[in-house]
Design a binder for this molecule. Structure first.
Ligand code: ATP
Ligand code: MG
Length: 445
């Protein structure tokens, strides 16, 4: 598909309106049939009402690369209110960036008015001292809209009615060259919105593209700007980074660009100190997550965060044990500490931190299998996650005396076999147990 695009990069042969590249139907490989029909319908209705409207962003990029788009976004010169007036099932959402969710099928489609963040032209665009844009919800032309997008490959507009592809920032050339390039001055664009630092790593990993030198150079130096991003937004971004099906590749780039230190500093520190299993833990957890996503299995942020924070929990907990705390309370104290270190950076919602604590505390309960404890543990709704977590720990090199295998067998075993397995544990344990000291004191228990 890209080969077909290649011939249009000879700028002398392009159909050009003087300001941007326009490819006609026979000059590009996009097919309106590949675009979600609800998105096409929205474009049709907007254009019928004399507005400009295009399918834009990630879906155009992905279709040109023969990938399945995650969603379809639409950009238009209609204002949010005008969009809302045209579609009965629609609502305006967001304060800072007003967008309209238009409901056609089950999934709402995001329709956004062309925006501008040109600080020179537009005094209503507000910036903090760090360069962070605090308000950039000003409407603009399609040119402004293209220029405020993050990457050249994300600034392609497709007119599904006329079947024309519009390129304002040489995105097609970068797609063909497999390059990630920030639109405009990279340092300025990163300070306006530091999340773009993460997006560069995410798209480079997902697409296997190389980051152009100018876009790459300021990343490490500017990584600390991520501190200006709100913790809830950072949490959402971490999900896109680690739950998009390319988590391992994303982690490797984040680590290389020293962005990971800003995301999970406690884990980054352990990795840099050469902790025996910390790096394995991230890599293995993300490998497993990628595989699960590819085979359409469920993944939960609680499991991923439980894995990413486990090496720190273990370290803090073992210090408490050394100070004389019983293992269960040491683990609880460690969990509290580690979670409260992370929350100000990525605001993990409470429902996930509850699940994380349960997965961690079950790492102790699943060791105790005597009597009817094993049976009871299996009935715990968190059992499956806690068992998967044991397997993950073993995969990363922790030695747990065959605990994972034991639980794998136990789950498949018949009632009788299960009793046998538990009895064997008991006899094994009583053989190894030191005899209790007899005392002559009266038993007052
Ligand atoms: P995907 O949905 O596959 O992760 P995407 O490119 O569609 O990728 P979205 O987060 O859905 O990413 O954003 C849609 C579009 O909005 C992008 O393609 C880009 O043009 C623009 N965009 C998103 N985030 C930013 C940002 N932080 N700065 C500038 N433009 C952005
Ligand atoms: Mg998208």
């Amino acid at each position: 598909m890209l080969k077909r695009l290649g011939k249009f990069f000879d700028r002398s042969s392009q159909t050009n309106d003087g300001q941007h590249l326009v490819l006609k139907a026979h000059e590009h490989s996009l097919n309106p049939k590949k675009i979600c029909r609800h998105a096409c319908e929205i474009v049709r209705i907007l254009q019928k009402n004399n507005f400009e409207a295009y399918v834009v962003g990630g879906c155009v990029r992905d279709l040109l690369l023969d990938l399945n788009p995650k969603d379809f976004d639409i950009a238009t010169n209609a204002t949010p209110q005008q969009i809302k007036n045209l579609f009965r099932r629609s609502r305006i959402i967001g304060r800072r960036f007003q967008i309209v969710h238009v409901q056609f099928g089950r999934e709402p489609i995001e329709v956004t008015t062309f925006r501008s963040n040109n600080t020179e032209k537009n005094e209503k665009v507000q910036q903090a001292a760090s360069g962070l844009l605090t308000r950039d919800n000003m409407f603009g032309s399609i040119h402004d809209d293209a220029n405020r997008r993050d990457l050249t490959i994300n600034a392609l507009y497709y007119d599904t009615e006329k079947n024309t592809l519009h390129d304002f920032c040489d995105g097609l050339e970068d797609l063909a060259k497999r390059k990630i390039r920030i639109i405009g001055n990279p340092s300025t664009r990163y300070s306006e919105d530091p999340v773009r630092l993460l997006r560069v790593a995410r798209f480079a990993a997902k697409l296997g593209f190389t980051v152009e030198a100018k876009s790459l150079k300021p990343i490490e130096k500017m990584s600390t700007n991520l501190k200006h991003v709100s913790a809830p937004r950072m949490f959402d971004e971490t999900l896109k980074l680690f739950m998009g099906g390319y988590g391992l590749a994303v982690f490797q780039l984040l680590f290389e660009y020293r962005l990971f230190a800003q995301l999970i500093p406690q884990l980054n520190r352990l990795i840099e100190q050469g902790h025996p299993t910390a790096k394995n833990m991230v890599e293995q957890a993300l490998t497993n997550t990628d595989l699960r996503i590819r085979s359409n299995k469920r993944v939960t942020p609680a499991f991923i965060y439980a894995a990413l924070l486990w090496p720190s929990v273990q370290k803090v907990s073992s210090e408490y044990v050394k100070q004389g705390h019983p293992p269960a309370s040491a683990l609880t104290k460690a969990a509290n500490e580690v979670i409260s270190n992370q929350i100000p950076i990525t605001a993990i919602p409470r429902r996930f931190t509850i699940a994380m604590r349960e997965i961690w505390s079950m790492q102790l309960t699943l060791v105790k299998r005597g009597g009817n404890r094993a049976q009871r543990s299996m009935e715990n709704p968190r059992f499956r996650a806690a068992y998967d977590f044991i397997l993950l720990r073993e995969q990363t090199g922790e030695s747990l005396n065959g605990l994972g295998d034991w639980w794998t067998k136990y789950q498949d075993a018949s009632e009788d076999e299960r009793q046998n397995m538990v009895q064997k544990l008991n006899s094994h344990r009583s053989r190894n147990r030191r005899p209790r000291k007899r005392t002559n004191e009266p038993n007052n228990a």
